[in-house]
Design a protein around this ligand. Structure first.
Ligand code: FAD
Length: 317
């Protein structure tokens, strides 16, 4: 069953989560430990993020710096295959426009097809850290919608160079990202939802949202999306707060707000442990509210918060 078929089937609110591949040079043991802790909640699927190549300068001597380009977190496809083999869970690797040409992306799709992995999340990806806007690769994609179209073309046997072949690969089924508090570059929420609709019209069969801390923002987003004609499942994304550092970092990086009731609680926190306690309480309340509303699944961003995700899941599922 594909993720799309599952999300549209009759079921109670499911549990899913997202992990990041280890930092280059680290072992996979940390991933095993994270996944081991969350398997008891029978995840419907597990997402694996994809990270672009980043540029950095290294000092060689007092006057020379060397530019190097490195993917900090390689291994998405291998982890996807491992998740299915070791845990029998449906993996959902992320495919990003990043610095890839259409050919590079086609190669990734072929690798996934050969592994029998056909559920993916289609994204533009973050901009390169040293640049102030996203710059597409030569013959790459500027926006997720155009990557979505390439995936659909691939499903229909149309290759990156436009050649029509007989479709021989099992078709990919995919979701895309949505932003209840709007994407940072969007003029406003309406234009962002308009672009979200384009991604759905291009073939996406569900949406996973950016994290949010006020369920009202999610419900309003769903209402506006439905009004705009988006009918596919919209899976809410939650990230339990676990450290004082996140209180300024998450709003800065993800352009999200904490509602007053939460910030009042957080202002009283003196340590990471205090934040963790508030994060779990808040996450439980959010997840219960979403479950009561009958959302198809709750998607947990588990990075640095596996323990909190487990505590929340234990109380909610
Ligand atoms: P797009 O849909 O291309 O949208 C980006 C911006 O462009 C939006 O403001 C949108 O309104 C606008 N836009 C869209 N289409 C058009 C158009 N045709 N013309 C003009 N404007 C347009 N990043 C990673 O690098 N790796 C990951 O694994 C990853 N996983 C994620 C998972 C989830 C669930 C979410 C919510 C985000 C994830 N991200 C990841 C971050 C994401 O890549 C960034 O938020 C990125 O900046 C936007 O991606 P997108 O797919 O939403 O882009």
């Amino acid at each position: 069953m594909t993720v799309t078929e599952f999300l549209t089937s009759d079921h109670s609110t499911a549990f899913s989560f997202e992990i990041l591949p280890p930092i280059r040079g680290k072992s996979i043991e940390g991933i095993y430990r994270e996944v081991d802790r969350l398997m008891e909640f029978s995840p419907a699927y597990v997402n694996i993020t994809t990270h672009r190549t980043e540029k950095s300068y290294h000092q060689v001597d007092s006057s020379t710096y060397r530019l190097s380009t490195t993917r900090r977190r390689p291994g998405t496809v291998a982890i996807a295959a491992m998740l299915r083999e070791r845990y029998g869970v449906t993996p959902v690797p992320h495919i990003i426009c990043g610095e890839y040409s259409r050919r590079d992306i086609e190669d990734q799709l072929i690798d996934l097809s050969y592994l029998g992995i056909t559920d993916i999340l289609v994204l533009r990806g973050d901009r390169e850290r040293s640049e102030n806007r996203f710059i597409a690769a030569t013959d790459g994609h500027e926006h997720a919608v155009s990557l979505a179209r390439q995936v659909v073309d691939f499903n229909n046997g149309i290759m990156a160079d436009g050649e029509q072949t007989d479709p021989v690969f099992p078709p990919f089924s995919f979701g895309v990202a949505g932003y209840p508090e709007k994407h940072e570059e969007a003029m406003n929420l309406s234009t962002d939802i308009m672009h979200l609709k384009e991604k759905v019209d291009a073939g996406a069969s569900y949406v996973v949202t950016q994290m949010f801390y006020d369920n009202k923002r999610y419900f309003e987003f769903v209402r506006l999306a439905r009004e705009a004609g988006i009918t596919v499942p919209i899976v809410p994304g939650l990230k339990p707060l676990t450290s004082l550092r996140q209180l300024s970092m998450l709003p800065r990086i993800f352009h999200i707000d904490f509602p007053d009731a939460l910030s009042d609680e957080l202002l009283r926190c003196k340590s990471d442990d205090d934040v963790k306690r508030v994060g779990v309480e808040w996450g439980v309340a959010q997840a219960r509210g979403l479950k009561e509303a009958g959302v198809p699944s709750i998607h947990f961003y588990a990075m640095h918060s596996v323990g909190s995700v487990a505590e929340i899941a234990r109380k909610v599922y």
